[in-house]
Write a protein that binds this ligand. Sequence first.
Ligand code: SF4
Ligand code: SF4
Ligand code: SF4
Length: 330
Amino acid sequence: MSLDRRNFLKLTGGAAVLGAAGTAEARPNKEPSPDAVGMLYDATICIGCKACMAGCKEANDMPIDSNLAEPGQPPIWDTPIDISDKTLNIIKVYKQGSAEVKDREFDGFSFIKRHCMHCVDAVCISVCPVNAMRKNPVTGVVTYHPEVCIGCRYCAFACPYNVPAYEFEKPLGQIRKCQFCDHRLKQGQLPGCVEHCPTGASLFGTRKQILEEARRRLSMRPGEEYEYPMQTVDSPHKHVATVKQYQPYIYGEKEGGGTQVMMLAAVPYDKLGLPNLPEKSAASRSETVQHTVYKGFLAPSLLLLFLLYITNKTVRREQHEEERKQLEEE
Ligand code: SF4
Ligand code: SF4
Ligand code: SF4
């Protein structure tokens, strides 16, 4: 009988939670702040020099990430193969067939820069149980706060770009990720990767300016010459290059609710390792489920019901035991 009741509670409680979550409508995506900062990475003018990676290491005081070190020997060269707890930004290469021509999908190659995209409606923030991931309400930069982090790594599991990396080698590890060089922005400096880029492939501006610049490039004809601004969108310093045949949309304008780091490339974005994401942000969906479960204290109410049932059962068992002892004594 008691087993049946327990199963009944589990089943009805679970069904109520799932039912409530299933029938709820996701909240709307969050909008970018009017002064949100932005970055454009244009793969067609990237020369793969990796100065942005070196600039990132220097700006953030990050260690060497060597995959060539002999066991027991100190690392000498920085040879990261992906984003990690030691590497916040990486230039990767797409290659196909003979890989003869840059920015061509077949028998060609392309560079691609990967780091935190600073999502407009970031799922790493929405899943963090202790508010260790936060979005600056003005700049929109997504920062990590180790003083409150409990190391659950929900952010790393939830991020569609596999960005947050945990320091497993340290006894008290932290999450590491690109913070848009927030410490430098606060001092009026450019992000390290942008400052060191020799071609303007990594470009800084407001998100609005970055979108306008990216749309301008998409409206140009392949083969035309263009004066690509360097470092900042409104910079007088230009890098002259020939416009390539871009993919027909800006990656990050809408993906997953939009990002503040956006991309242009000639090779399809999925071939460059960027995920195909719906326009609805994952944060809006995950928060809707969480909020629905807790709406009207549904989950706490079910827990209270369960605890009352256990308490009632224990009291009744003790009463029954006392009655039995009294009967035996009589
Ligand atoms: S890319 Fe990942 S870590 Fe960066 S803001 Fe988006 S969800 Fe968070
Ligand atoms: S913004 Fe700063 S932390 Fe982020 S990739 Fe660029 S240099 Fe690295
Ligand atoms: S510094 Fe600029 S050109 Fe060099 S790899 Fe980085 S983005 Fe490309």
